[in-house]
Write a protein that binds this ligand. Structure first.
Ligand code: FES
Length: 139
């Protein structure tokens, strides 16, 4: 299996790893088949994601996807962050092998779950996430 240089870079040197103690939103998602778990922490100020950190207990592609996703989303408004799909994450990594695409889905869902958590805690409505429920299985 061939991984791009960017995948290898974000796997061996992931950005924004850790947790945010006073996070405004936390999202945790998992994939039932591979057992990988991803957790995202958001700090939000005035509709903007001012800080983001993650912890991923999972495969290399999941770690690279979460790392890239945090880079893409940091500093963005909630609206713009919601436009970042798993495909955008995979493209930013110069591609993932087909059997590893679900790892990038985990990143998209972790971000949405964290934003939904923020919405519920803060009372700020996020129209696009009204019906969002993280799925258990992406295979
Ligand atoms: Fe499941 Fe990568 S193998 S997240």
């Amino acid at each position: 299996m061939m991984y791009s240089e960017k995948v290898m870079d974000h796997f061996t040197n992931p950005r924004n790893v850790g947790e945010i103690k006073d996070a405004d939103g936390i999202g945790e998602v998992g994939n039932a088949k591979c057992g990988d778990i991803m957790r995202m922490y958001l700090k939000i100020d005035d509709d903007k994601i001012i800080d983001i950190k993650f912890k991923t207990f999972g495969c290399g592609s999941a770690i690279a996807s979460s790392s890239m996703a945090t880079e893409l989303i940091k500093g963005k408004t909630i609206e713009d962050a919601l436009k970042i799909t798993n495909k955008a994450v995979a493209e930013a990594l110069d591609g993932l092998p087909p059997v590893k695409m679900h790892c990038s889905v985990l990143a998209e869902e972790a971000i949405k779950a964290a934003l939904k958590d923020y919405s519920e805690k803060s009372g700020v409505e996020i129209e696009a996430l009204k019906d969002f429920e993280p799925k258990e299985d992406h295979h």
